[in-house]
Design a protein around this ligand. Structure first.
Ligand SMILES: Nc1ncnc2c1ncn2[C@@H]1O[C@H](COP(=O)(O)OP(=O)(O)OP(=O)(O)O)[C@@H](O)[C@H]1O
Ligand SMILES: [Mg+2]
Length: 342
């Protein structure tokens, strides 16, 4: 990706390659992922199941399992004081990485059980994070804060719930407790992996409001993973569309929605229900199936499913090309795709 210097950038991922090694086989899960996360803005990463969204988020905080490896590329965190930290070069569980986790960069996992400790009450776990961020609060004040955090997440009887253990919470409540933990330290960057997928719409809306508040009041940069284009439309400033380990299109949400340049983005946009068109509107599924990661197409990964594909697409992977400032695509035929009204 060409340099796009801007001092609002808080995190820059550049040409990131990550592989998983299982049963003596190597799966190149991320294949040159590049994007920026900016202060006070929300980047949504969207794409189908298995394309590498969670691996991207977990790479940033070096939370990948041992059977995986960052092969190349860089992940740079730009601190407010101007220093740069190469997260990809830090020791996975070293002091520096541990102090960044939760404090500077927080993550809300897709599966809440990975984040909650079963042997402590939920309130205790939230207070541990608040303590780090606001030292000097009394026990009483800390308790008030943790209860308030839970209440803000729409958890009823927060005072009682505060003293309960994760197994006493329902799945949706655990999810909300984890979101409360992620947000309570007012991080510089919040990585949210499908934070509200398991929750009903009113609670989701409430949580999105709280995230927007964090962004507005503290300049938090948010990276949110979703497979829902409706959520992208509502929440994103920038969007990254991912397909089989690559970002195939990246840009301001208004640019990408008005002028999609990748056939996969177009197909995703055609799959959003339009308000007012009723329940029976035809949503177009994307033809074909996702290829086996161990038997990938040689060139463009989307080629076998693409209406625009030509010979070159079969053998060559398109590199990132700027459509306009801040908007890139990985498609040889992007001009044609843009012109085509379909
Ligand atoms: N623990 C693991 N062991 C082996 N392979 C893994 C592991 N985690 C991820 N992968 C591989 O990485 C790919 C990307 O996984 P990832 O979890 O990032 O997908 P995702 O885009 O988050 O999907 P979803 O929308 O279902 O959460 C998977 O298709 C899988 O092949
Ligand atoms: Mg995932």
């Amino acid at each position: 990706m060409p340099e796009n210097n801007n001092n609002d950038v808080v995190l820059r991922v550049k040409d990131l390659h990550v592989s998983f090694y299982t049963n003596q086989r190597c799966n190149n899960v991320l294949r040159g992922v590049s994007f920026d996360i900016r202060r006070g803005r929300t980047l949504c990463i969207v794409g189908e199941s298995g394309c590498g969204k969670s691996v991207t988020a977990n790479s940033i905080l070096r939370l990948l399992p041992d059977l995986s490896r960052i092969e190349s590329g860089s992940i740079t965190y730009y601190k407010e004081d101007g220093t740069e930290v190469r997260l990809d070069q830090l020791e996975k569980n070293g002091k520096e990485m541990r102090s960044l986790r939760g404090k500077d960069i927080a993550i809300i996992f897709q599966d809440p059980m990975t984040a909650l400790n079963p042997v402590y009450t939920v309130g205790h776990q939230i207070r541990e994070i608040i303590k780090e961020h606001k030292p000097g609060l009394t026990k009483q004040q800390l308790k008030q804060e943790s209860i308030q955090d839970l209440a803000e997440m729409g958890i009823p009887a927060a005072e009682i719930r505060d003293g309960e253990y994760p197994h006493q919470f329902s799945g949706g409540m655990r999810q909300r407790a984890m979101i409360a933990m992620g947000m309570s330290c007012e991080p510089k960057i919040l990585l949210a992996d499908e934070p509200t997928t398991a929750l009903d719409v009113t609670i989701s809306a409430q949580i999105f409001d709280l995230m927007n508040g964090l962004k507005r009041d503290h300049g938090t940069a948010i990276m949110m993973i979703t497979h829902n284009m409706g959520v992208v439309a509502e929440m994103a400033d920038e969007v990254a569309v991912m397909y089989m380990g690559n970002i195939v299109e990246y840009g301001k949400v208004e640019d990408v929605f008005a002028n999609p340049t990748h056939p996969y983005t177009k197909a995703l946009l055609r799959s959003i229900p339009v308000l007012g068109k009723g329940r029976n509107q035809q949503l177009e599924p994307i033809r074909g199936v996702t290829p086996d990661p161990f038997n990938r197409p040689k060139g463009c990964q989307f080629c076998p499913r693409c209406d625009y594909a030509g010979e070159r697409c079969e053998t060559e992977m398109p590199s990132e090309e700027w459509v306009k400032e801040g908007h890139y695509t990985r498609c040889f035929h992007f001009r044609e795709v843009m012109k085509d009204g379909k």
